[in-house]
Design a binder for this molecule. Structure first.
Ligand code: F6P
Length: 323
């Protein structure tokens, strides 16, 4: 092996830069060259990639987002787009690719691998919905951003005897909402993995008010089937009986912005180094993940197109704690 390329793909996640740095330095340390691809698969199709030196990835670990850029590339989902990408890689003498990204991105890397190119995937998505790893780069920071919002909303909620609906990201997975909800002491957590109807949420708020709570927080995952719209609609019709006044805060892209947490930087560094090690050991067609705090490799074909749900079993514990 002489030369590899690295790209970040899909929604950006805090810690992606730390992963690029680790892949680059881990690879350079083996005496190989590294090219950084601009804007994910779109850059691969366009052939925009430049050599990365150790100094090029200095001072980026603490930055959120991705210095390489990211994009969603419809062209790459077609065989013709991937052929173009493979031609560009061949022209530049690239023998292997490291793909840092989430579910859609690793489906792309599985396709490239099936088509005969050497690829190693690194799980990076705030949603934490990938198989093959207990935790993906970016999830910890996203939980902490959501938690900070919850803590801040709680102080104003408490001062005004209000309840807040806090909607956080996660696509179809409730992981961020569940973890931030537990850490933030939410009265109710609404996630796609376990349906809860608006009348039941309203009843829990009513009960919390009767128990003398001065505030209540409902954390809602954006992918919940009966999400913030349904909950607000129900509230409007029953506001007199609920006790609390209810307000809505949708965090949106705030959740995936900002500097990565220490945990995300460490995870990204471990996984980036592991990707370089995997290639050095002649391994490819795999995702390097962290399972029970050990680096594990899982075939890309096994994880592509599958979504790992959040552990809805934790909802019962969270409910008890909301007493
Ligand atoms: O997958 C990461 C994520 O932030 C999801 O939580 C969210 O649903 C989605 O991306 C938003 O995508 P976009 O940035 O394209 O609007």
């Amino acid at each position: 092996m002489k030369r590899i390329a690295v790209l970040t793909s899909g929604g950006d996640a805090p810690g992606m830069n730390a992963a690029v740095r680790a892949v680059t330095r881990g690879t350079l340390a083996k005496g190989w060259e590294v090219l950084g691809v601009r804007n994910g698969y779109a850059g691969l199709v366009a052939g925009t990639m430049e050599p990365l030196a150790a100094r090029d990835v200095g001072g980026i670990m603490q930055d959120g987002g991705t210095a390489l850029g990211s994009a969603r590339s419809p062209e790459f989902t077609e065989a013709a787009g991937r052929e173009k990408a493979l031609r560009n890689l061949a022209t530049r003498g690239v023998e292997a690719l490291v793909v840092i990204g989430g579910n859609g991105s690793q489906t792309g890397s599985a396709a490239l691998s099936r088509e005969g190119f050497s690829v190693v995937g690194i799980p990076s998505t705030i949603d934490n919905d990938l198989y093959g790893t207990d935790v993906s780069i970016g999830a910890d920071t996203a939980i902490n951003v959501t938690l900070e919002a919850i803590d801040r909303l709680r102080t104003t909620a408490s001062s005004h005897q209000r309840a807040f609906l806090v909607e956080t990201m996660g696509r179809d997975c409730g992981y961020i909402a569940l973890m931030a909800g537990i850490a933030g002491g939410a009265e109710v957590i609404v996630i796609p993995e376990r349906d809860i109807e608006p009348p039941e949420v309203a009843e829990r708020l009513r009960a919390a008010y009767r128990r003398g709570k001065t505030h209540a927080i409902v954390v809602v995952a954006e992918g919940a089937r009966r999400g913030v719209h349904a909950l607000m609609e129900h509230y409007k019709e029953h506001r007199d009986s609920i006790g609390f006044e209810l307000r809505l805060t949708r965090l949106g892209h705030v959740v995936r912005g900002g500097a990565p947490s220490a945990a995300d930087r460490v995870l990204a560094t471990r996984l980036g180094a592991a990707a370089a090690d995997a290639l050095a050991a002649g391994r490819h067609g795999v995702l390097v993940g962290l399972v029970r705090n050990e680096i594990e490799q899982t075939a890309l074909g096994e994880i592509a197109g599958r979504m790992r749900p959040a552990d809805a079993g934790l909802l019962e514990m969270a409910r008890t704690m909301a007493l």
